[in-house]
Design a protein around this ligand. Structure first.
Ligand SMILES: NC(=O)N[C@@H](CC(=O)O)C(=O)O
Ligand SMILES: [Zn+2]
Ligand SMILES: [Zn+2]
Length: 381
């Protein structure tokens, strides 16, 4: 397996590694999802296999109700994820190997000792900054990062614990579409001047400003990119009417931003890697007078990314983005297995079961040109 480019093959039966303009398939080192919401309880049981069938690992976001605040909370949540995976896998006749990499939810009061405990646990890989009020389940988040969290950030820098950032200011005077760009000036730059060795992941980038900042900044920084921000601009929110299932935060931006993000994702720059931000909400919570933010993309994640990469003729860069840059940033080895995408039209279902409701996936009802080849031995064969 090449460590620099995806293997294209022209014929499914032959499985040869011969690149062509429109390959019939691509084989990748097994990818990871560096930004994922799995939720809890019945919802967790319904979504976990969608990720585990494609990804070897995922950075699991801590914005539960109540949030994952301590290493002990993270240990218990990790156990529930693995239980849900086992149950769902047994139902389908196959339990895939899937390692949930846990995170803690940073608050104004996270003690520095908690960071050290998290680091020693071996299963906590990051601490998540939600500016209070910025997004779904962020009310327990941070009110003033450098004012409240200096000692905790110093502990993170010292023990090499990454800070994962929802990068939007919450100032109501700042236009919703400018909140990421303003965050860079008001929070990211002062933070990184104060803690130049702190590892930072700028999550779900949505602007050309963010992409330029990450590409040029000094010191240890990476960024995740979602499939929706690579494939759609803000017109998708209003196509023929109001479309709540395209609404996530940070919100989709104009086309120039989408193009800059796609350029960053396909540039080969190791600072950019895959993070779906798949965020399931029940249909009832999205389709109402004040609907929740979040797009569900886990089921078709790799097919969505492949569609985006192919749109600019850069399928050869998909493997590095999906499977190599993320582990390198987090100091981990790439996964051992592989995943094969085949050019088979795959319609996205109108909805999927989610607890006592359903979830409407991103691009429901549309057909993608790619699908993940079911693994031998799985019930889907
Ligand atoms: N992205 C979203 O729109 N929603 C996420 C939270 C987040 O990642 O900001 C969620 O948890 O639903
Ligand atoms: Zn976020
Ligand atoms: Zn998220």
């Amino acid at each position: 397996m090449s460590q620099t480019s995806s293997h294209a093959f022209s014929d499914r039966a032959a499985g040869v590694t011969e690149a062509s303009a429109a390959p019939a398939g691509i084989r990748l080192c097994r990818p990871d999802d560096w930004h994922l919401h799995l939720r809890d309880g019945a919802v967790l049981r319904d979504v976990v296999m969608d990720s585990a069938r494609q990804f070897g690992r995922a950075i699991v976001m801590p914005n539960l109700k109540p949030p994952v605040l301590t290493t002990e909370d993270a240990r218990a949540y990790r156990g529930r994820i693995l239980d849900a995976l086992r149950l769902a896998g047994e139902r389908e006749g196959d339990v895939p190997a899937f390692d949930p990499l846990m995170t803690l939810y940073l608050t104004d009061r996270t003690p520095p000792d908690e960071i050290r405990r998290a680091r020693e646990s071996g299963f906590v890989y990051g601490v998540k900054l939600y500016p209070a009020g910025a997004t779904t389940h962020s009310d327990a988040g941070v009110t003033d990062l450098l004012g409240q969290c200096k000692a905790t950030l110093a502990a993170m820098q010292e023990c090499g614990m990454p800070l994962l950032v929802h990068g939007e200011v919450t100032d109501p005077d700042v236009d919703l579409f400018d909140r990421e760009a303003v965050f860079i000036e008001r929070v990211m730059q002062p933070l990184r001047r104060t803690f130049p060795e702190l590892k930072v992941v700028f999550e779900h980038l949505t602007t050309a400003d963010g992409a330029a900042y990450v590409a040029q900044a000094e010191g240890p920084i990476g960024a995740t990119l979602t499939p929706q921000h690579l494939l759609y601009n803000r017109n998708a929110l209003f196509k023929g009417g109001l479309r709540p299932h395209w609404y996530c935060l940070p919100v989709l931006k104009r086309e120039t931003h989408r193009q800059a993000l796609l350029k960053a994702a396909t540039s080969g720059n190791p600072r950019f890697f895959l993070g779906t931000d798949s965020a399931p909400h029940p249909r009832g919570a999205k389709e109402q007078d004040c609907g929740c933010a979040g797009c569900y993309t886990a089921r078709h994640a790799l097919a969505l990314y492949a569609t985006a990469f192919e749109s600019v003729g850069r399928l050869d860069r998909l493997e590095a983005f999906a499977s190599l840059h993320g582990p390198a940033f987090y100091g981990l080895a790439p996964n051992a297995g592989t995943l094969t995408l085949e050019r088979v039209a795959d319609p996205i279902p109108r909805n999927l079961p989610l607890g006592d409701d359903v979830v409407v996936p991103l691009a429901a009802g549309e057909s993608l040109p790619w699908r993940v080849r079911p693994e031998r031995g799985s019930a889907a064969d």
